[in-house]
Design a protein around this ligand. Sequence first.
Ligand code: BMA
Length: 321
Amino acid sequence: MKNRISHELFQRHPDNPILSVKDWPYAANSVFNAAAAIVEGQTLLLVRVEDFRGISHLTVARSEDGVNDWDIDPQPTLRPDPDLHPEEIWGIEDPRVSWLEELGLWTVAYTAFSKGGPLVSLATTRDFRTFNRLGSVMPPEDKDAALFPVRFNGNWAMLHRPVAKYPTIESNIWLSFSPNLKHWGDHRELIHARRGSWWDANKIGLSTPPMATEEGWLVLYHGVRTTASGSIYRLGLVLLDLEEPGHVLRRSEEWIFGPKASYEREGDVDDVVFPCGWIEKEGTIFMYYGAADSCIGLATANLNELVAFLLKSPQYRIEDW
Ligand code: BMA
């Protein structure tokens, strides 16, 4: 199939990169790592924009078809606010959004770059015009967070990625719970980085928010392979139990998407595909990803194919990792 590389399950859009600084209404160094949502029938991206100081903020782009004719806010939509939130001193990055039907609210989980390192912050919004900050919810170093859209046994749930220093430096995905979105606990390690020569050895992180399917929660994550010439960011899939998200059902062995196109291979940070948002329209997944920390690509996949692929993947055994 055209634009599909080897075994990859996602197909690059022929217009890629679909958004870059050329399209931006104000000067910026790079636009990448965007959250995605369907809001009032339009595709909405909450885009990480890096300015010429190296500090990031978030700006909304809207489109009818999610591919073309983006209507981009003329000024930053959500800027870091270090006066009220000192943890945002070095910027806000990599948002993931989830719709909480019960509250009639979107949550935005984002990385606040504090003097102590990156940490997880939360905000809520109804319209992506005004935002209500809940502040920091996880201490550094922790990032790559997103909420599940529903409660489990009365508690909200969040996936996130702290960095462990013991027994070796290792980054795994954790699951935590909260009664009120602000105070989080009952932390447990959920998905482990593999070891050795695997594509997702030693460092993994959540990519997009978990998506409900009949077979379970579909989770897209990134694995970081360290090589002599830098890191390679690639993507894999996990399926979590619908009722018990702390139970991992399946995990892909092979990566399902990785940097291959020139705009993914070369940029401010080479060899990076970094999705923070995906949406589903009539059985098709639209995955929006930062490419080489410089621009935004779109790749699509059939939801049923993703789930079928995962159901053929081995069952997850925590003791293996
Ligand atoms: C990760 C995050 C992302 C970034 C990626 C590649 O650690 O900081 O924002 O896209 O590295 O540089």
